[in-house]
Design a protein around this ligand. Structure first.
Ligand code: NAD
Length: 368
């Protein structure tokens, strides 16, 4: 399997070049990364990994990139529960103790937790040092590592602290996916499905029938998702308009993820699983409020259920989740604002929704 993938994709690169946040994709992108690092001439380099990416991803990185001075490896604990200020404090202190100055470089090698937290560390340490994202999970490749959003959770509240600041570059090599647990790959699929739903029926149809665990098949679709995300964030980096469409499914999805993080009687949901549930709920609301086709809802829901599995919510859970909506970052003057769809590829932003309809959409999901 490994050698087959190598022979298909050897010496291969696609790229999106910009002043900041350029994306290099394919195993030939390592050469460009080497040139970027050499040209940057950082005073010192740190590589942020978590305990899984240290084992599974650092060797591939080290086989491709060399440094004049040995980089400093910083390891954090894997998982959303560590995307917090305590991890930041420990990393800021390590950088400071090792004498990292403003010309230092931080390389974030990991999934969305590492690229979100590492991007935030780089944005704040000494008022900002350069960072490079090397996403190693599917979700981080197609979404988290691109677009410059970074940050940490505040207690259970998702991504409440953070800023938007591009990394110098993003380097994507799907070889990393070979060690990803299947459940995590499926979680990444949720954000790809989101790109299809908000952007184009053509891409959605391509996603409908493909096997996400077949990495060689996934390659071209990963690139397609990166291109979509890049187009949207380049047009509206500060999220005043079009970028909000990328939050489709996230209003309720984030609240559900936060609720499950805080309640030990609930299953621990991966980010993509929570977003898939959020998208089913938002699609149901779209059917009732925006004329989204019921037939398309049924088809899309079946696909999304393959990501999140069957879930149900008690009355108490639903009421707590609705309370959590007041912390959503898209809210304006206390109003909860949703992204809805009138059709696939036709997103509507800043939509308010009656609470009764939100409750009804949970009834629908409980009955699936
Ligand atoms: N900044 C953004 O625009 C944006 C967009 C979407 C999601 N996010 C954030 O991304 C996070 C979710 O990202 P995620 O799903 O990558 O989570 P994650 O970083 O927790 O990675 C998932 C798991 O896979 C492991 N892993 C990663 N790469 C691996 C590899 N190649 N081999 C083996 N194991 C590997 C990690 O150690 C972790 O245990 C959430 O915090 C979410 O809020 C951010």
């Amino acid at each position: 399997m490994k050698s087959k993938i190598l022979s298909i994709f050897n010496n291969y690169m696609r790229k999106i070049e910009k002043n900041t946040g350029s994306v290099y994709f394919g195993n030939d992108s390592w050469k460009t990364l080497q040139q970027t690092i050499d040209k940057q001439g950082a005073s010192s380099v740190a590589i942020l990994v978590d305990n899984n990416t240290k084992t599974h991803c650092l060797p591939l990185f080290e086989a491709n990139i060399t440094f004049k001075k040995k980089p400093y490896i910083i390891e954090m604990q894997a998982g959303e529960t560590h995307k917090n200020i305590h991890s930041c404090l420990s990393i800021w202190e390590k950088l400071s103790q090792k004498g990292f100055d403003r010309s230092a470089l931080l390389i974030n090698l990991g999934g969305g937790v590492v690229t979100d937290l590492g991007g935030f560390i780089a944005s704040t340490y000494m008022r900002g040092i350069t960072c490079i994202n090397i996403p190693t999970s599917l979700l981080a490749m197609v979404d988290a590592a691109v677009g410059g959003k970074n940050g940490i959770d505040l207690g259970a509240l998702k991504n409440q602290i953070g800023i938007i600041r591009d990394p110098l570059a993003v380097v994507v090599d799907t070889m990393f996916l070979q060690t990803m647990p299947e459940k995590q790959i499926t979680s990444g699929l949720a954000e790809m499905l989101k790109h299809g739903l908000i952007y184009s029926n053509k891409y959605w149809e391509q996603l409908e029938n493909f096997d996400v665990t077949n990495i060689s098949e996934t390659e071209s679709l990963v690139w397609e998702s990166i291109v979509i995300k890049n187009e949207v964030v380049t047009e509206d980096q500060q999220e005043t308009g079009r970028r909000k469409t990328l939050n489709f499914g996230h209003t309720l999805g984030h609240a559900i993820e936060s609720y499950c993080l805080e309640n030990s009687d609930m299953p621990t949901l991966l980010h993509g699983e929570a977003i898939a549930i959020g998208m089913i709920l938002a699609l149901h609301i779209s059917v009732k409020q925006e004329g989204f086709s019921k037939e398309t809802f049924n088809i899309a829901t079946q696909r999304l259920l393959e990501v999140c599995g069957k879930v149900s919510f008690s009355k108490e859970a639903i009421s707590e989740i609705i309370k959590l909506l007041k912390h959503d970052k898209k809210n304006v003057s206390g109003k909860v604002l949703f992204v809805l769809l009138s059709d696939i590829g036709k997103p509507l932003i800043n939509k308010t929704v009656d609470e009764k309809l939100i409750l009804k959409s949970f009834e629908v999901i409980n009955a699936l």
